[in-house]
Each structure stands twice: as C-alpha cells, then as structure tokens.
Design a protein around this ligand. Structure first.
Ligand SMILES: [Zn+2]
Length: 275
C-alpha cells in the first residue's frame, strides 16, 4: 500500500534549490530522469528549458522540497529532451521508490485540481490562488474550491473460506478484485458498502470491519476499505458494472490487482487469515 512517508509535510510556498525534486507531468504522464529512471531533480528540469504551464510546491520530505509542475500542452510524452522519460504514473509503480511515488500521487491530484478549477463554477470568473491554504477563490462571488477528493468504498466479502471477487467491465483481461464503488451524497461509507454489494451482486453482508484507506489519484479517489461476511442471497452480478463475480477459494485464485494497491493489501490480508 502507498502511504505518505513519515516526516513529510505539505507546503504551499517554497524556495526551489538544486536539491528539490520536480514531479513534472506532461498531460497525465510523469517525467523521470535517466536510463534507470529516478525522480527528476529540479536543476535538471530547469536546465532542460521546458515551459511550465503551472507550478505548485507540494511538500518537504527528507530535507528536500517537492514541487509539482505541469508542462505546457504543446509537449507530448514522446518529444522530451534526451534523458527524460515520461509514462503514465501507474507504469512507474515499482520503478520509483514508494516514498517518492506517494508524493507524485499528491502532485498529480493538485495539478489536476488546478487544471479543472481555473474558472469559477458559479460565475465563470478566473479564480485566484488563496495564500494560506490549498484553495482557489473567485474574486467576483467568493466561491472557494478545494482539491476534489472522491470517497469510494472497497469491500472484501468472505463466506467461510471463500472470497468474493469481481471483474469490472473495464478491468484488464483476467483480473479480479474486491468490489468497489463511490460513496453517494448523503450516505455513510458503511451504507455505501451495503448498497454497492446489493446493487453489484445482489447479496447482503454483515460484520463490517474497517481495514484502511488509500489515496488513489486516478483521478482523485480516496479508497476506504472494509472486510465483511456474507449474510444472505444468491450472486447475481449486475452486467452494467461487472463482467463476472464469483466465490474463490485461497487455493484457486484468479489474477489479482497489482501490488501497492489497497485492493491487493486487502486481499492478501484476508488470505493470510484464511490460511
Ligand atoms: Zn464566482
């Protein structure tokens, strides 16, 4: 699972020195540096002569400032100066160290919020950055916008030694995972678990236990994970959401979500208890 590294703290303003780390995004691709790719030092970014559309200091960690940079739209991931390599954030999982990856996952969310809140949603006036917090304010009507975070629930339902895993209609071929869905306005996350399981597979669950949470920047989810026990009903996967859903035993599992995801941690923890 990806967590904020111990000792990290957010900053809104920073002096960028040669030791700073630049989380540079070209569209949704993160730029790394070198043949064995590492996080891009600010001095390398600066000497590359690239034009930034937006720059946001993100935080300090281990004595270094981390800054988010969105390149101008004219750049593409394939047309960068020598030594720079851009790829979707997911493809850097396991390449970039987990601490830096966690900060990059913050950076991309701040940049995406910045990109999508340049104008007031009420009166369309260009927004201004608030000085003392990560927020934008409309100078005409006063509307304040914060980085958008969308809570979503995930649940590992077990029935004795069996695990309930589903295949979302957009999943990679062969991949199964714990059920998940967004929390609706007005409901608790526990209610969202019960509703989503009922809607997606037609069963009832009981004994909800909180497992943990993880920020998931695709684009701005906060995954809140639970374990639950089957209570009642027959599996009837909703074809609008799921290509398949089944009970699996620990001895005959399908392809699981990638390491570093909370889904994988939730499944592995459940398996460890069942074995
Ligand atoms: Zn306004």
């Amino acid at each position: 699972m990806i967590r904020t590294p111990a000792g990290f703290f957010s900053v809104l303003d920073a002096t960028l020195d040669d030791e700073a780390i630049a989380h540079v995004f070209v569209r949704d691709a993160l730029v790394l540096f070198g043949d064995t790719p590492v996080a891009l030092p600010w001095r390398i970014y600066r000497s590359a002569g690239l034009a930034a559309a937006r720059v946001h200091p993100i935080g300090r960690y281990a004595g270094r400032t981390h800054v988010a940079v969105a390149l101008d739209d004219r750049y593409s991931p394939h047309g960068l100066p020598e030594g720079l390599r851009a790829a979707n954030l997911r493809s850097w999982f396991g390449v970039l160290d987990d601490e830096t990856l966690s900060i990059a996952m913050r950076a991309v969310q701040v940049l995406e919020w910045d990109r999508t809140h340049r104008f007031c949603g009420v009166c369309a006036t260009p927004t201004e950055q608030v000085g003392h917090e990560r927020a934008k304010r409309c100078p005409a009507c006063g509307l304040v916008s914060y980085p958008r975070i969308s809570p979503a629930m995930m649940v590992m339902v077990t029935r004795g030694r069996e695990l309930l895993l589903g295949r979302g209609i957009n999943f990679p071929a062969g991949r199964y995972s714990a059920l998940a869905g967004f929390v609706e306005a007005g409901e608790t996350v526990e209610e969202a678990v019960e509703r989503e399981v009922r809607e997606e597979v037609g069963i009832e669950v009981r004994d909800l236990r909180y497992f943990g949470s993880q920020s998931w920047p695709f684009p701005n989810s906060l995954m809140i994970a639970f374990r639950a026990e089957y209570a009642d009903g027959e599996l009837r996967p909703d074809p609008a959401e799921l290509a398949d859903a089944r009970w699996f035993t620990p001895e005959a599992l399908p392809q699981l979500p990638p390491p570093l995801s909370i889904a994988r941690a939730l499944i592995e923890t459940t398996l460890a208890d069942l074995r």
